[in-house]
Design a protein. Sequence first.
Length: 116
Amino acid sequence: MNKELLIDFLNSLLPPYHQISNLTFRNPDTLGLSVSERRAIFDIFCESEKKESFIIEMQKAEQLNFKDRSVYYAARPIVNQGLQGDWDYKLKAVYFIVILDFLYDKDPNTESFLIR
């Protein structure tokens, strides 16, 4: 609803040398690469003037597979940068920002992440 507030919020998270002056909102519904592949629906999906992607997710309820779903979501704009033919493989940044209404941290005794 308020593009300027979103830009201010993102700029507060980014280092001073990487501030955003403008964003373009993109379609939050990303289809799978094939009919059988799962799609991804982002809460907010936008792109900077440098073609960097910003995915903002808000999660109120705890989910068992939240880490894996986050990686899957963040990978979508990376995969979509692939070009056919001669390509230099230089990828634009993808930022995945999550606002949670629960505590999420790594269990020091395992390689898994816990949601408390």
